[in-house]
Ligand binder design. Structure first.
Ligand SMILES: *Cc1c(COP(=O)(O)O)cnc(C)c1O
Length: 419
């Protein structure tokens, strides 16, 4: 089962009471699972001094979740002013923040540099001229161009909008040296939801080799390399998980070899979002309609405003029916929301147990890029978020959107330009 048995069991035990108290739909996140995954990362990379996870805020931008990350010693990867604000509100400051934006404007740089600043991770050489001050420490996001093709979400690096071209990377650091920067990092992010650990090891080796050659050319040392996020999780029951233990061990070996050759070891940074929280969240909905036309449809009380991934990427999310986990999958149905958009389906032609109005459906693995990606097309509102806390209690950590929230931007001062 994609979400862990432990989370499923703890959730199931209390689900009727949670639903009675809060109503559906809601996303619910598992503090125990998030902490276990965090501890696993810390343990596996402990042989690389200064290893640091910068949680990718966009995956689950909720203050309570960020507070959990902070308490584990993690920093935050931000790419907007709102994400910087959320992260700073946890008390994170300076080098605990990585600002990895692209197509950045001056206002964002100004914000990233104020209140103790952040590590600036520049997406392009032309952005140097947009800097509002010259930071002591600078990092660039590297795009290696054609190498083994990535998967469908980010695609071939040559077609990706991100990163500095191979032929400009030395010039990028040279320019920053000339301007006065003294501390350097190197970043890339090439994968998305990649479960083949070898790909991540290759990425780390690629960055270490690049760091070595830039160091030689410019006589600088790299304080860190940042291999980005993109660590995959198994969404389908038959998917093999990412082999974190072998990945960490082989990356550590590469760092040790680097040290033997170069006399120092840079720190390893990662910016995992999905791996940290994806499997530790579920969207709980109620079946409200059954329809049999050319296909069978189960209508539920949430729609793609709560979870865009199936509609946007054709992503698979496991669905179980509360109380019918072991029942025979005797029907095939599309599980749909109420948006006037035919893509608004959580599952297409999915074998499921017999579902009746009032049944609770648990849509798995919504802990990353779930609620956060939701939108308000068609006037559909986003659901609440709950936290299944370590102490066993459940806490509301974001209320549902209201019609008043939705109409808030219609309250403004009359402004007519007479031409
Ligand atoms: C989205 C993003 C991440 C996190 O990606 P995951 O697939 O959730 O691990 C990390 N870094 C950057 C720059 C991103 O844009």
């Amino acid at each position: 089962m994609p979400i862990s048995h432990s989370f499923y069991n703890r959730l199931s035990r209390s689900l009727p009471r949670i639903v009675e108290h809060y109503g559906t739909p809601f996303h619910i996140y598992d503090e125990v699972g998030i902490r276990e995954t965090g501890q696993l990362l810390i343990k596996q990379f402990s042989a690389i001094p200064g290893f640091q996870e910068y949680f990718a805020v966009k995956a689950l931008p909720n203050p309570e979740i960020l507070r959990i990350m902070k308490s584990m010693g993690f920093g935050f990867d931000c790419s907007s002013i709102a994400e910087l604000i959320l992260s700073r509100n946890t008390g994170a400051i300076g080098e605990e923040l990585m600002f990895t934006s692209n197509n950045t404007c001056r206002e964002e740089f100004l914000f990233a540099c104020k209140d103790g600043g952040s590590i600036l991770n520049l997406d392009d050489i032309t952005l140097i001229s947009k800097l509002t001050e010259i930071p002591e420490q600078i990092s660039f996001r590297y795009n290696p161009g054609s190498r083994r093709t990535g998967n469908s979400i980010i695609g071939n690096p040559e077609e990706a909008k991100y990163g500095v071209h191979h032929d400009q990377i030395v010039e990028a650091y040279q320019t920053m040296i000339n301007l006065g920067s003294k501390r350097f990092g190197l970043h890339t992010m090439l994968a998305s939801n990649e479960r083949n650990y070898v790909y991540m090891v290759e990425t780390a080796i690629m960055l270490l080799e690049l760091a070595e050659s830039i160091s030689r050319e410019l006589s600088i040392q790299f304080e860190f390399i940042n291999i980005g996020g993109g660590f995959g999780i198994p969404y389908k029951p038959e998917d093999a998980p990412l082999d974190m233990i072998r990945m960490a061990s082989e990356i550590t070996q590469a760092f040790i070899r680097f040290k033997e050759k170069n006399g120092y070891m840079p720190k390893l940074y990662i910016e995992s979002g999905r791996y940290m929280t994806g499997p530790h969240g579920a969207l709980v909905v109620t079946a409200i309609n059954e329809k049999s036309t050319y296909r069978k449809y189960i209508g539920v009380d949430a729609c793609m405003s709560a979870l865009m991934r199936p509609a946007l990427y054709g992503a698979y999310h496991e669905i179980t029916v509360f109380g019918k986990e072991t029942s025979k999958k005797s029907m095939i149905a599309d599980v749909v929301g109420s948006l006037c958009e035919n893509n608004d389906k959580f599952a297409i032609q999915r074998p499921l147990p017999e579902i009746h109005t009032g049944d609770l459906l648990i849509i798995h693995d919504t802990g990353a890029h779930g609620h956060a990606m939701g939108f308000n097309y068609n006037g559909k509102l986003r659901p609440k978020e709950l936290l299944l806390r370590q102490d066993g209690d459940v806490e509301l950590i974001r209320r549902e959107e209201t019609i008043a929230d939705h109409f808030a931007t219609l309250e403004f001062k009359k402004d007519i330009l007479t031409l």
